[in-house]
Structure formats: structure tokens, C-alpha cells
Design a protein around this ligand. Structure first.
Ligand code: 7RM
Length: 652
């Protein structure tokens, strides 16, 4: 532990447990020895052109070979220049000349319970047809297409159809509002919107087309709308603007040559929130992104032909782009997709799906894991989870408490857990255990993958020693790195490369331990400074959640007369409402777990925490409440606005 001197972040999470992979897992793993990892990592660092060039030749199908593996220095690196390829061809066509032709590409279950299986051949046919539909609607190579759909196979079909003709997709998660759709349509100058009448979520229809109609009043660039009939409720169709998916597909030809695009041709834009209200249009290009997602899927998830792989993320988030669609399909894997909520019709739904389809790889988020914990072991315990062989986590730091539960109750103490650190901007997983070799430590994303050269630096860019908390940066360019923020290259440069000269700054605080393992401490704006000690909010949260009565906790700082910042804790309980004596117990528990410097000043019990639709706690809003301020920032990404109102009421 290092004391914060003003430059560093004090790290106080102690976690000494270590879980090595089983010998059986190691014996069959894609990367199966420490020496192999060390060799790959060193080679990628010292000779990135040789390392990535060989992988690109062996793993991607090219129409024209590239001239150079990379050109330029970060942030202006271009990868595989001179080469041409097509993303849909690499995900689909190349499998059709192999036995995978009739392998299941997507196994889908709708929330109401129906099942569909699309083989690689089926998916290819649908993608070709829809690509022809897009062309018929006037979409050209280089255009942007907005996709705003439920988690149905047509979402993957639409994105791959865009890729097939070289149009960039901009997928907007179905939980976003009409306002958000309009903003994104306008920023991307989208010409076409693909949507559905609605989708199913917890037994209710989500009115997608209605939101699109509202958004179009403010989206002048959009000329055409394609509407998939999913829930079957009435929607208004504007003549010469709105078309039913099934009508357009009926006569579409299933012949569609993939468009040959340059390696650096835009593949997609994905909007993500930054520290200001205006979302950032993260832009990824073709070859580097494909190679990154393909290799990381193989290494981290240890993908095998026989696997049934399930990433529970919605395709509307980067995790769904990279690890529902592109990464697994590039590898010719079988992907499980489930449309709806984990607690519909009851809290056993996910475990029922795992049992029914014999899912072998399961990748989800800590926020979901904590919900499962809260719902209780009896739900997973009802089902046969023995098909599982690997578990993954992504999206936020996983507290050791949740990690241990995941390991014990879902992994039955035999599945490796890969805690994968990465971002919308990085395109692919950057740090993660390799499941066949890396002994895991609950709460750590462990070590960088080959090709990833992270460091921990102070605000002034000085490399910090082991165990010192600081800013997480990348020293070397990697193929799947974002290339720009759409329409705002200056913001791209200042956000990611303006903070620390010459380095990519991820926005996260982290430390590296003496084993070279990385511990993410959360966004740097989630860092507290209490009496000169910088504390990660996540570490206090972790301590709270390790108490048996706590289900979930969010910790923020607020202005404090003496200590600079005080610690406010918003806590949801497993059962009951909480009282003063429990408050005292929790304060003592945090003091005991971390130390007196982390003593909570305020504990507030709440039935729910304000979260974004992807499940990230919006600490910014909690900071306002803790400080007694009016809400200043943007709340458009909040899942449930009433949570805020309730938290404020409880102030009175
Ligand atoms: C994949 C994704 C990125 C931010 C990132 C971190 C946090 C993601 C982990 C994590 C600790 C992890 N993309 N984050 N994964 N923190 N451990 N394994 O979530 O663009 O939506 O978010 O999420 O703060 O900067 S994202």
C-alpha cells in the first residue's frame, strides 16, 4: 500500500487468495503454458509488425494482402495499410467452404420462449438478402446506418449486412430514448434507420418504432426506415419512408458480393458517454478490429468448435459488438442469444437457458452477478450447470465477494473466471487472465494480453512503482484501437491523448501488484480524496458488499470541512430496510476491512441505485445527492429516473 502524496491513488484493497486453473483445463487450453504467453507477449512488444502480421495472415481472409502491418505512431497509427477485405465475408462466407456450413451460428431464444437456430449458411443467406435490401434503399459504401432493435437475430443480420456493403453501422441500445436516437442520427448523419415494432422485456413490449417516429421529427438526414415485426402490435407506417422488413426481404436476391474495403475503412460507430453530456461516437475500422476481436475470443474464452458460447450483453453495447457478433463468428463459433430479462418469468431464467442449451462459456457483468447473489443460491441450484467450463466478467471492477460467489455457485469451484478489462475505445479485451495458465485473484483482471503494453503513471506521466495507484495508460498502439471520435478528431486527441503526452489514457485508476497483476480502481472521476488519501470508491464498495447483509453499494465523495472529502455510501440490503444499529455495524465493518481512513461518514439505505441501462452505477448523480446539490448533469442514460426521486425524498 502506498500513501497518496497527491500524485498517486492510495490503494487499500487486500486480496491474497489465488486460484490456479485445473490441470484438465490447462491440458486442453488454446494457450497452455506460461512460457508460451511470455514469448508471445515479449514478441508483440518488441516486434509488433512481425507478431500481428503473422496473425493477420493466418486468421483473416484478404482480397488483397496488406503492404505494411502498421504505419505511424499512436494516436495516428494505421494498421494493415494497402490491404482489402470484408468483415461479413470473414464472419460468414469463409466458413461455408468448410464443414461449418451447417453448424449453428446463432441459437436464439426470445423472452416469450420461442427458439430459432441459424446455421452459418442460413445467416449468410439472410445477410446477403438484407444487404441487397439496403442497396435498394439507396445505402452506399461509406454511409452510416442506425440500428435500434431488440436482441433478435435480425440485429446481427442487419449489422453484418451493413458490413457486407461497407456501410458503417451505428447501433443504439434499445433502452435509449427517442431523444438519444435523434442525437445519434444527427451526429452520424445516418440515412437509414433499422428498427422493430418493439421488443420484449420483462413481459412488456418496448415501443421501439414509436421512439423512432419521435426521433425522426428531429433527424433530417434519415430518408428510410425498415421495421421488423417482432411483437406484432400496431405501429404507424409513413408511406415512402417506412417499410416492413418482411416485405423488403420477400423479393430480395440472396446473391450479394461482399464489397472489398480498405483495412482502415470504417466498420462502425458506437456512441459512449464521457464526462460531458454529449456522447462520443467511437469509430472502429475494419482489419484491426476484426483481428483484435478474433484473437482475444480465441485466447480469453478458449473458444473451441464444440462450445456453446453465451455472452449476455446486448449487441447495443461494445461487449455485444465484439463478443456476441464479430469475435465468435470470425472463429466459427456457436453463439447463444437471449432476448429478454434474467428474472423473467422468474429468477431462474439464465440457469434454465444454460441447462437447456448446455452452454459451456458464460460471460456476464458484475452488476448481474450481484443481482443473482441477491436473488439467492436456490435459483442456480435448481439447474444442472455442469456444461459450463469457463466464466467471464466485464464492465466494472468485480468485488471479491461477487467473484467468490460466481466461482462457487455458478462455476462449481472448477471453472476458471476471466475478469476482462477493456473499453468501447479499445475494441477488444486488453487485460484478462488466460484461462489455461493464469492463477486468478478475485477482483484483478490480472495481466495484459499479447500486444498490450499498459503502465501505471502519475498525473505528470511518471511511471509508478508496483502497488502505487495511478492512471492506467497504454504505451503502444494495438490493432483494434479506436481511430477517432466521429466528426470530432480534436476531442479524440484531447480525451485520450491530451492527458499524458504520447500515451493512451484510459480514464481509469489502477495499480499493478508485485506479480504484475493489474487491479482496476474505477474511473478516475470515481476517486475520493479523504484527508490527503486518495481512495477508490470501488474499494469501499467492495468492503461494504463483503458484509452479509449488503446486496450492493455505491460510494461517492462529498465536500467535507475537515477531511476535504467525506465518504457517502448508498447501500441496498439483501432483505429488510436497515436501521441505525446496522449503520454502525457497517461503518465498523469498513473500518475493520480497510482502515480508519476509509470510515464512512454517511450511510444511506436505498431500495435501488441509479444505473445506466448497461448497469453502471451513475456515481455522478449520487455525488450531487450526497453534496445536497441540484442535479446538474445529463440523466438521459439513466435506466429508471424514479430511483433518483426516491433517494432525494429519503433526505427529508
Ligand atoms: C467493455 C466495457 C469501459 C469502462 C472501463 C472501466 C470499466 C470494464 C472492467 C472494468 C474493471 C473490468 N466497455 N471496466 N471492464 N473495470 N474491471 N473487468 O465495459 O466502454 O462500456 O466501459 O468500464 O472503468 O474504463 S465500456
Amino acid at each position: 500500500m502506498t500513501m497518496g502524496s497527491g500524485e498517486n491513488i492510495t490503494s487499500i484493497l487486500h486480496e491474497d487468495r489465488k486460484f490456479p486453473p485445473t490441470a484438465e483445463f490447462t491440458a486442453q487450453a488454446n494457450i497452455s503454458s506460461e512460457a508460451q504467453y511470455q514469448e508471445m507477449w515479449q514478441r508483440a512488444k518488441d516486434d509488433p509488425a512481425g507478431f500481428w502480421g503473422e496473425l493477420a495472415n493466418a486468421n483473416l481472409d484478404w482480397f488483397k494482402p496488406y503492404d505494411k502491418v502498421f504505419e505511424g505512431v499512436m494516436p495516428n497509427t494505421k494498421w494493415f495499410t494497402g490491404g482489402t477485405l470484408n468483415a461479413a465475408y470473414n464472419c460468414l462466407d469463409r466458413h461455408l467452404t468448410t464443414w461449418r456450413k451447417n453448424k449453428a451460428a446463432i441459437i436464439w431464444e426470445g423472452e416469450p420462449g420461442e427458439t430459432r437456430v441459424l446455421t452459418y449458411q442460413d445467416l449468410h443467406r439472410e445477410v446477403c438478402k438484407f444487404a441487397n435490401v439496403l442497396k435498394q434503399l439507396g445505402v452506399q459504401t461509406g454511409d452510416r446506418v442506425t440500428i435500434y432493435m431488440p436482441l433478435v437475430p435480425e440485429l446481427a443480420i442487419a449489422m453484418l449486412a451493413c458490413a457486407r456493403i461497407g456501410a458503417a453501422h451505428s447501433i443504439i441500445f434499445g433502452g435509449f430514448s427517442a431523444e438519444a436516437v435523434a442525437d445519434r442520427n444527427n451526429d452520424a448523419k445516418a440515412r437509414v434507420v433499422i428498427t422493430a415494432d418493439g421488443g420484449w422485456r420483462r413481459g412488456k413490449e418496448v415501443p421501439l418504432k414509436k421512439a423512432v417516429d419521435e426521433s425522426l421529427a428531429k433527424s433530417p438526414t434519415v430518408e428510410k426506415v425498415v421495421v421488423l415485426k417482432r411483437v406484432g402490435w400496431p405501429v404507424s407506417m409513413v408511406p415512402d419512408r417506412d417499410y416492413w422488413w418482411h416485405d423488403l426481404m420477400q423479393d430480395a436476391s440472396s446473391d450479394c458480393d461482399p464489397v472489398e474495403v480498405d483495412s482502415e475503412h470504417p466498420l462502425f460507430i458506437l456512441y459512449t458517454s464521457g464526462s460531458t453530456g454529449k456522447p462520443k461516437g467511437v469509430m472502429h475500422t475494419t482489419a484491426g478490429y476484426l483481428l483484435g476481436t478474433m484473437m482475444t475470443s480465441k485466447w480469453v474464452f478458449d473458444l473451441k468448435e464444440e462450445d456453446t458460447y453465451w455472452c449476455t450483453a446486448d449487441i447495443g453495447w461494445i461487449t455485444g459488438h465484439s463478443y456476441v457478433t464479430y469475435g465468435p463468428l470470425l472463429n466459427g463459433a456457436t453463439v447463444m442469444m437471449y432476448e429478454g430479462a434474467p428474472n423473467w418469468p422468474d429468477e431462474g431464467r439464465f440457469w434454465e437457458i444454460i441447462e437447456k442449451y448446455k452452454v459451456s462459456i458464460f460471460y456476464t457483468a458484475p452488476t448481474a452477478i450481484r443481482a443473482f447473489m441477491k436473488w439467492g443460491d436456490q435459483w442456480p441450484n435448481k439447474f444442472d450447470l455442469s456444461s459450463l467450463r469457463l466464466l467471464g466478467s466485464v464492465g466494472e471492477p468485480i468485488n471479491p465477494e461477487a467473484w467468490m460467489w460466481y466461482h462457487r455457485v455458478i462455476g462449481l469451484e472448477r471453472c476458471p473466471i476471466v475478469d476482462t478489462w477493456w473499453q468501447t475505445e479499445t475494441g477488444a479485451i486488453m487485460m484478462s487472465p488466460l484461462p489455461g495458465i493464469t492463477p486468478t485473484k478475485p477482483g484483478s483482471c490480472t495481466r495484459p494480453l499479447p500486444g498490450v503494453v499498459p503502465d501505471i503513471v502519475s498525473k505528470s506521466g511518471q511511471s509508478l512503482p508496483d502497488n502505487a495507484g495511478g492512471l492506467l495508460v497504454m504505451r503502444q498502439s494495438w490493432p483494434s484501437m479506436l481511430r477517432t471520435l466521429y466528426g470530432d478528431h480534436d476531442r479524440f486527441l484531447s480525451t485520450y491523448f491530451g492527458e499524458i503526452e504520447g500515451l493512451y489514457f484510459a480514464g481509469d485508476g489502477a495499480r499493478r501488484d508485485t506479480d504484475g497483476y493489474y487491479w482496476i480502481m474505477g474511473r478516475v472521476d470515481d476517486v475520493l480524496n479523504v484527508a490527503g488519501h486518495r481512495l477508490s470508491t470501488m474499494e469501499v464498495e467492495s468492503a461494504l458488499v463483503s458484509h452479509p447483509s449488503v446486496a450492493e453499494a455505491a460510494v461517492v465523495g462529498f465536500p467535507h470541512e475537515i477531511k476535504g472529502e467525506g465518504i457517502a455510501c448508498f447501500v441496498t440490503l439483501r432483505t429488510g430496510d436497515g436501521n441505525d444499529s446496522l449503520k454502525q455495524t457497517l461503518i465498523a465493518h469498513v473500518r475493520k476491512t480497510i482502515g480508519a481512513l476509509a470510515t464512512p461518514d454517511v450511510i444511506k439505505f436505498t431500495a435501488a441505485l441509479p444505473k445506466t441501462r448497461s448497469g453502471k452505477i451513475m456515481r455522478r448523480l449520487l455525488r450531487d445527492i450526497a453534496a445536497g446539490r441540484e442535479q446538474a448533469g445529463d440523466t438521459s442514460t439513466l435506466e429508471d429516473l424514479s430511483v433518483l426521486a426516491k433517494l432525494r425524498e429519503s433526505d427529508e
